[in-house]
Design a protein around this ligand. Structure first.
Ligand code: G3P
Ligand code: CA
Length: 263
């Protein structure tokens, strides 16, 4: 399978391009993914939602409001409607220093289109979003991955254990990451929780700003990989790696190298 199974588990310093190189280009668009691939990111991270007519699309929120010029919940909109929206212009307005005319009119990509564009030239960190609202997402996702022969290029992460278990039932080998989000300083995960995670997943992702070295070391001690998100400064990257993290999710994948990454 992908990284967790086929490469050494020690000393990884994975640059996971969070929603693509989303510091520089509109999140979850082909432009952001292209940039990430050109920066040699180890993975492009893609949030997955499902349209009313059952197509998997790259979108973080369960509505199109924040990132496009449209309104409404993704599951209430057809792919044709979503494809008519501009997913680039809001980035230009918000980030004038990185604005690019080429982003204007950029569309929301389907996972199919992303696989068409990049094939096996990159790895994909796929995040199943809102599994309760998107029934059947995991089966659709895995059928598509299989039909493209990309099983070895893919990892799946989710805040939902149920969603990860559904993926695990479909494939024994695909690397899985259990995500956590903490609103305040996180206590290290208990031995029982870590042992449970290890029964179905290969690693843990958690928000970097609320964890510390103790948290990372305990995850690592249980044999799981640790991938903090979203780490955007070079000093943050250095700190996460010094704690023993196996890489970081970042909007600026090029910065991980500059932060002293091992080659
Ligand atoms: O990469 C982990 C991270 O993507 C989870 O948070 O909200 O950015 O999807 P979010
Ligand atoms: Ca995500």
């Amino acid at each position: 399978a992908g990284v967790a199974a086929s490469e050494t588990r020690e000393g990884l310093q994975l640059a996971i391009a969070h929603r693509g190189a989303s510091g520089y280009a509109p999140e979850n668009t082909i432009s952001a993914y292209r940039l990430a691939v050109s920066m040699n990111a180890d993975y492009i991270e893609i949030d997955l939602q499902m349209t009313k007519d059952g197509e998997l699309i790259a979108m973080h929120d369960d509505s199109v409001d924040r990132t496009t010029d449209g309104f409404g919940r993704t599951r209430n909109l057809t792919l044709a409607r979503i494809k008519s929206l501009d997913a680039g212009s809001k980035f230009n307005a918000k980030h004038p220093s990185y604005a690019n005319v080429e982003y204007v009119g950029e569309t929301v990509p389907t996972l199919r289109e992303i696989f068409d564009e990049f094939g096996d030239s990159t790895r994909y960190m796929l995040e199943t979003k809102a599994p309760g609202d998107n029934p059947g997402l995991e089966e659709k996702l895995w059928a598509l991955v299989r039909s493209r022969g990309l099983e070895n290029r893919v990892a799946v992460q989710s805040f939902s254990k149920a969603s990860l278990l559904r993926i695990r039932a479909l494939d024994e080998d695909v690397p899985l990451y259990q995500l956590f989000w903490y609103s305040r300083r996180a206590a290290p995960l208990s031995k029982v929780t870590l042992a449970d995670i290890a029964t179905y997943a290969d690693g843990v992702g958690a928000n970097f700003s609320r964890i510390d070295e103790k948290y990372v070391r305990k995850v690592k001690k249980s044999g799981l990989l640790m991938l903090p998100y979203t780490v955007n400064t070079r000093s943050g990257m250095n700190r996460a790696l010094a704690w023993g993290a196996d890489g970081v999710h970042t909007d600026y994948p090029d910065r991980l190298k500059e932060a002293g990454r091992k080659e």
